[in-house]
Design a protein around this ligand. Structure first.
Ligand SMILES: [Mn+2]
Length: 311
């Protein structure tokens, strides 16, 4: 694809942080996601768009081999290790944001989003809206989860339910659920669905996208997430794509976004009113991937969110 640089006068400098964690996904290979995304040429692609890009390397993630998952809380597996990583990530993202840079966080399983969300929200750049692009709602809690996997809980946790509530490191942000929009849903657990319908967060399923078209849906989702806030946090779970396009993900579900739909969604992110406060790419699983194509697609979609255009 021919690409050109967008015409923004000021490009915010960008800092990449990798979080090689798969504890929230019960150890299934997404810990290799940051390496795969970097190998696919992330830095070159971003610099080709005119950004100054620094790579902060990977956060240290506790080794899980010494743990028996059943010895931890079965309703929130490895929750203590995950909290340690998320707390560190929150500090790192806060520092990056406070320095006037844009954090680009590479997962890793989606549980890391609790760290990203808290870090960006307390980085001193004002109030935050959330666009959560995902096949799943990640709205479970230890009380409702069928699997005990914490990567099914980060959005609930970001909004103050489930794990990590009443902790000093999650006390600050106050991301309003009215400024949260989920796009691409197609696999939601029963009790999770009930919790979602009680929440003011806006939900857009694949059915909505089929019927209304991706552009109308994402524009509406962005309007909700952006309404009255100073910055936008975009969390892209690569499982939102159809497994035909993105086979290398933590939890594949049929019937997802097409290649073009995902690009359109990210291109619209770039046109959104509030500035981008953080971008996160999660759940790339090289073990299940074909010739690194899912990681390459993650790079492409990041580029679209950062202003890459066909002409
Ligand atoms: Mn997810």
């Amino acid at each position: 694809m021919e690409e050109s640089v967008s015409t923004d006068d000021e490009q915010e400098p960008l800092t990449v942080v990798g979080v090689p964690m798969d504890l929230g996904a019960d150890r299934r290979g997404v810990d290799m996601g940051p390496s795969a995304i970097r190998y696919a040429g992330l830095a070159d692609r971003i610099e080709g768009l005119g950004y100054t890009c620094t790579d902060d390397g990977d956060l240290t993630v506790p080794r899980s081999e010494r743990h028996d998952p059943d010895a931890t809380d079965p309703s929130a597996k490895y929750v203590d290790e995950i909290e340690t990583v998320c707390e560190r990530l929150a500090d790192r993202v806060e520092t990056i944001r406070a320095a006037g840079r844009l954090p680009l966080v590479l997962g890793g399983d989606h549980s890391i989003a609790v760290g990203t969300a808290n870090g960006v929200a307390r980085g001193g750049r004002g109030s935050t809206g959330v666009l959560w692009v995902d096949a799943h709602a990640d709205f479970n809690t230890p009380e409702t989860t069928p699997s005990g996997n914490v990567h099914g809980m980060p959005l609930a946790a970001t909004l103050g339910r489930g794990p990590f509530t009443d902790r000093p490191w999650t006390a600050t942000p106050g991301i309003a659920p009215e400024n949260v929009a989920l796009v691409g849903l197609r696999s939601v657990d029963e009790r999770e669905s009930a919790a979602l319908s009680r929440s003011p967060a806006a939900t857009y399923t694949m059915t909505d996208i089929d019927r209304r078209g991706i552009a109308a849906v994402v524009r509406e989702a962005l309007a909700t997430a952006s309404n009255g806030v100073d910055q936008l946090y975009v969390s892209l779970d690569m499982d939102v794509l159809d497994p035909d396009e993105a086979p290398g993900v933590g939890t594949p579900v049929r019937g997802g976004m097409s290649y073009r739909e995902a690009h359109t969604a990210m291109e619209l992110v770039h046109t959104a009113e509030p500035e981008l406060g953080a971008l996160e790419l999660v759940e790339v699983n090289p073990v299940l991937d074909t010739h690194n194509r899912t990681a390459e697609l993650a790079c492409e979609l990041a580029a679209s969110a950062l202003g890459s255009r066909i002409v």
